[in-house]
Design a binder for this molecule. Structure first.
Ligand SMILES: [Zn+2]
Length: 222
């Protein structure tokens, strides 16, 4: 791993985003920086239900500039999809084609959700650098093939990178290093399952109600 200046504001911000995405994963997308370059992320996005991309899984690169987050990320599609050209910087409003629209408060997650919204756009709204308009039948065919598509760099299938029910996603940051795939950034701790236990106050209230009930019972019989 190349030496990273952890005091660099872009590096700090990117590591914070990587940690946040690993600890709070989505069933719609997975994203992590490459182990040897945190300015390049590989992400997998699920095609929206009710569109010709339904059932599809699309892998793409997000490239972050050295000035991140003050300059926007670029997105390059890798999985054939019939909506965006491959290996071309895609023109969508928050990428480097429209720098003036990008806001530093946004992040990688915003970019992915934005891309998801751009997928089903049609006609005028869909025109831009990197856009292609394949017939719906071809997009559906590509969606079907996309699940088995393997990223040459991650060396894993899309279906493996983004599982159906979110199962297995949490182990991605834990397994970093031994599979050579998407991994963690140095020092990133694995996601902890959130506790669904009711707060202590509630336990106390239940105790008080129980004691009162016993007192009432005692009064009745003695
Ligand atoms: Zn990849």
């Amino acid at each position: 791993m190349p030496l990273l200046n952890k005091n660099n504001s872009a590096v700090k911000r990117i590591m914070q985003e990587a940690r946040e995405l690993a600890n709070d994963p989505s069933t719609d997308y997975s994203a992590a920086p490459l182990e040897d370059d945190i300015f390049e992320w590989h992400c997998t996005l699920r095609g929206s239900p009710g569109t010709e991309f339904e059932g599809g899984l699309y892998h793409f690169r997000i490239l972050l500039p050295a000035e991140y987050p003050f300059r926007p990320p670029s997105i390059m599609m890798l999985t054939p999809n019939g909506r965006f050209e491959l290996n071309t910087k895609i023109c969508i409003s928050f990428t480097n084609y429209h720098e003036e629209l990008w806001q530093p408060a946004w992040g990688v997650r915003t970019a992915i959700i934005g891309l998801q919204g751009f997928f089903p756009l049609k006609g005028e709204a869909a025109v831009g650098v990197g856009s292609i308009e394949y017939p719906a039948s071809e997009r559906r065919r590509l969606a079907g093939l996309s699940r088995e598509w393997v990223c040459p760099q991650c060396q894993r299938q899309n279906a493996e990178l983004l599982r159906e029910d979110g199962e297995g996603e949490r182990k991605v940051p834990e397994k970093a290093g031994d599979d050579g795939g998407h991994g963690s950034v140095g020092g990133m701790e694995p996601a902890k399952p959130k506790s669904h236990r009711p707060p202590v106050v509630l336990d106390g209230a239940i105790c008080i109600v129980f004691v009162l009930f016993c007192v009432l019972l005692c009064r009745r019989f003695f």
